[in-house]
Design a protein around this ligand. Structure first.
Ligand SMILES: O=C(O)C/C=C/C(=O)C(=O)O
Length: 248
């Protein structure tokens, strides 16, 4: 029997000390439901420090990542307002950050069923997610990464646009003006709307609802790339404008 509170405290300590730890399953294996219990307790540390829930992030939404991890379903993590990046992101609080482009949904009203999630979307935007695994060498098993809140660290997004078909949006990520990733939103489960529905399903399954004002990060359409200090990152989505962050 693993100690959920102790595992969450280990990961929270890694976040606060900016220090990678051995993956939790090295000490004792645990299953996916236990991993989500650790994740929830990990987020509760932030909530107790005064942060507020601001949305959810989806992971392993691309076929390549599912195959790599040997899984056949997506994972999710919880976001707080403390994770929202401003114009600049201070990387001194992160261990080994990586960045990936995102499609972002803004939830306009409480979502009580999967069937209503698309009609509850109030806006769509292009954005980015900064990942930071709390594990040494960014290496983990499926339960480890779920417990670690799907490597969530920081996120941001550009201007909101009217909801629309996002099944094939061209995405470009540039660092200091150099293209580092290009892709299509079609890499997100064939259509990021599927990821949105999965977010509603997983939230409801965990006894939560997607709330008005929350964001849903639909998951990576490209690989994440290492994020250096003193860099300017711009993510552009065809018809969706851009999202930018400067690191220090
Ligand atoms: O690869 C990780 O560190 C876990 C997170 C994955 C995603 O956020 C994703 O697949 O989009």
């Amino acid at each position: 029997m693993v100690d959920v509170q102790a595992l969450a405290a280990t990961l929270d300590g890694a976040v606060r000390d900016v220090r990678a730890v051995p993956k939790l399953t090295d000490a004792a294996p645990f299953d996916v439901p236990t991993a989500y219990a650790v994740q929830r307790e990990l987020i509760e540390h932030r909530i107790r420090r005064g942060e507020r829930f601001s949305g959810v992030k989806m992971g392993f939404t691309s076929r390549a990542k599912m195959v790599q991890m040997g899984v056949d379903d997506v994972i999710w993590g919880l976001l707080t307002d403390g994770m929202q990046a401003g114009e600049t992101a201070d990387l001194s609080n992160l261990i080994h950050p990586r960045i990936e482009p995102e499609i972002v949904y803004l939830i306009g009203r409480e979502v009580r069923s999967v069937a209503e999630v698309e009609s509850a979307v109030a806006g769509v935007a292009v954005g980015f997610e900064i990942l930071d695994s709390r594990y040494e060498d960014f290496k983990f098993t499926l339960p480890d990464v779920i417990a670690d809140n799907a490597s969530a660290a920081l996120y941001g997004f550009g201007a909101w646009h009217e909801p629309r078909d996002l099944s094939n949006v061209g995405l470009l990520m540039e660092i200091d003006g150099r293209p580092v990733q290009t892709g299509s939103s079609a890499a997100i489960l064939g259509d990021p709307a599927r990821s949105l529905r999965a977010a509603a399903r997983l939230a409801l399954g965990a006894g939560m609802t997607l709330e008005p004002g929350w964001v849903v990060l639909a998951g990576a359409a490209t690989a994440a790339v290492p994020l250096p200090k003193d860099a300017h990152v711009r993510v552009t989505g065809a018809g969706l404008g851009g999202a930018e962050v400067t690191t220090r």
